[in-house]
Write a protein that binds this ligand. Structure first.
Ligand SMILES: Nc1nc2c(ncn2[C@@H]2O[C@H](COP(=O)(O)OP(=O)(O)OP(=O)(O)O)[C@@H](O)[C@H]2O)c(=O)[nH]1
Ligand SMILES: [Zn+2]
Length: 205
């Protein structure tokens, strides 16, 4: 695996199977949180909650066990010299912020200009989902998606824009319900060529 993608995947690599907490330990932690709120984890309505929360977390954080670079490895080369922009717009995702573990709900726009080979478009959405299903800050997630596409496909350029609402800002803390955060990462000709950048921004809005 190339060094940049390898670095991006180090979160899971740092944890071996043997020190991964067991399901029973996670459920016990949820029971502790329930007790800490002031409620009773033994009452009927809450008995199955620790198991449900654990299953939910498994879904929310499934991205640690997946390798985004591998998703992009299957490419198509018979493209008759196609060298214009390919843009997948409005990819809805759900993530969680690494500060509060609160939902981040948003959309991603992912575009690249190929260099002789293209990838199946669903794979772009899969890469977004893998990074979303980890604890994130939006800037890092934006960079990870762009860097991975750049490293694996080696396109002429890649652009990623993310617009997302952070529940840690909308439902708690500063309580600003109508805000969203916009981040972008442009590489190659998306960074160097103002017209390409403009074309992408025009497509994304
Ligand atoms: N840059 C960035 N900040 C984020 C993101 N998600 C959440 N945050 C911010 O992370 C910050 C964490 O700030 P702290 O002061 O440590 O936490 P806090 O006391 O809960 O802060 P408040 O949210 O202001 O109540 C907050 O300002 C959040 O709005 C993100 O994706 N990117
Ligand atoms: Zn947060």
């Amino acid at each position: 695996m190339n060094p940049i993608v390898h670095t991006l995947d180090r979160a899971r690599a740092a944890q071996t199977e043997s020190d991964k907490p067991t399901r029973a330990e996670v459920e016990a932690a949820v029971r502790t949180i329930i007790r800490w709120t002031g409620d009773d984890p033994e009452r009927d309505g809450l008995l199955e909650t620790p198991a449900r929360v654990t299953r939910s977390f498994e879904e929310f954080f499934a991205g640690y066990d997946q390798r985004p670079a591998e998703i992009l490895e299957k490419t198509f080369e018979e493209i008759e010299g196609y060298d214009e922009m390919i843009a997948l717009r409005g990819i809805r995702f759900e993530s969680h912020c690494e500060h509060h573990m609160a939902p981040i709900i948003g959309q991603a726009w992912v575009a690249y200009i190929p260099n002789g080979r293209v990838v199946g478009i669903s794979k772009l959405a899969r890469v977004v989902d893998i990074y979303a299903r980890r604890l994130q800050i939006q800037e890092k997630m934006t960079a990870q998606i762009a860097n991975t596409i750049n490293e694996v496909l080696k396109p002429q350029g890649v652009g990623v824009i993310i617009k997302a609402s952070h529940h840690c800002m909308t439902t708690r803390g500063v309580h600003k319900p109508d805000t969203d955060l916009v981040t972008s990462r442009m590489l190659g000709c998306f960074r160097d060529n103002a017209l390409t950048r403009q074309e992408f921004l025009g497509i994304a809005v």
